[in-house]
Design a protein around this ligand. Structure first.
Ligand code: GLN
Length: 234
């Protein structure tokens, strides 16, 4: 049996800041080590998104203009994105994508764009300021350190049912105040990490890939395949 992971690249033609598509290339890189096929499809404006057609999703970052365009289309996909998340399928949402999964995003001009409330964080405006630079966090559950690059004006505050992806060791993270970075809900990860996050953090990539596989093939014992994957970090 050849296993496969079907990736939805949500708005991949509009939301792809700093090569967030590299998350999919990285998934392909690790999947190849264990003979798992990866297919990816851009699901963009006016496309139908069906949760059952995909096993993994990436929603990258974007400029405010693209985010405004995407915000108008998102209500059409909202129910299926929430279904996808609630089915425990992995979704990596970066920066603008992360903001749009939450309740709302206030852009640099003060315009409030509604999110889809798939997660309960919300994003306010910084006044004529951006958080830019390298960032390092520590995942409190695993102790692993993740490295990335952030560039965002929005400041995000977590909802009650979310916990952070990590504690900020260097850089700003969600809001520059509470030392949190990113948000985790089921197997959905929101984060400000470009880099892309999966390319720079092999342990994280390995974990996300096996979450997709275990979710899709619940009767398969992945112990041997897990031992074969050697995560790389940069
Ligand atoms: N436009 C958003 C902001 O400035 C997201 C930026 C990004 O995705 N890098 O906060």
């Amino acid at each position: 049996m050849t296993m496969n992971i079907r990736v939805a690249h949500l708005y991949g033609d509009l939301m792809n800041t700093y090569g967030d598509i590299g998350n999919i290339l990285t998934l392909r890189f690790y999947a190849k080590q264990i003979g798992v096929e990866v297919t990816d499809t851009i699901v963009s404006l006016e496309d139908d998104f069906k949760a059952d057609d995909f096993d993994f999703a990436v929603f990258g970052g974007g400029q405010d203009f693209e985010q405004m365009v995407v915000a108008k289309d998102l209500p059409n996909k909202k129910d299926e994105i929430i279904k996808f998340i609630e089915q425990n399928k992995p979704l990596i949402a970066v920066c603008g994508g992360y903001q749009m999964l939450g309740k709302y995003y206030v852009d640099a001009s003060g315009r409030k764009l509604p999110g889809i409330s798939a997660m309960n964080h919300y994003t306010e405006q910084q006044h004529e300021h951006r958080f830019i630079g390298n960032i390092e966090i520590q995942n409190e559950a695993t102790g692993q350190k993740y490295h990335g690059f952030e560039n965002h004006q929005g400041i995000t505050f977590l909802g009650d049912d979310e916990h952070a992806l990590g504690k900020v060791l260097k850089g700003y993270g969600n809001n520059g105040e509470d030392h949190t970075e990113g948000a985790v809900h089921k197997n959905t990860i929101g984060t400000y990490f470009h880099g892309p996050i999966m390319a720079r953090n092999g342990n994280f990539s390995k974990q996300m890939m096996f979450e997709a596989l275990e979710n899709k093939y619940p009767d398969y014992d992945f112990t041997d395949l897990k031992a074969k994957v050697k995560p790389e970090s940069y």
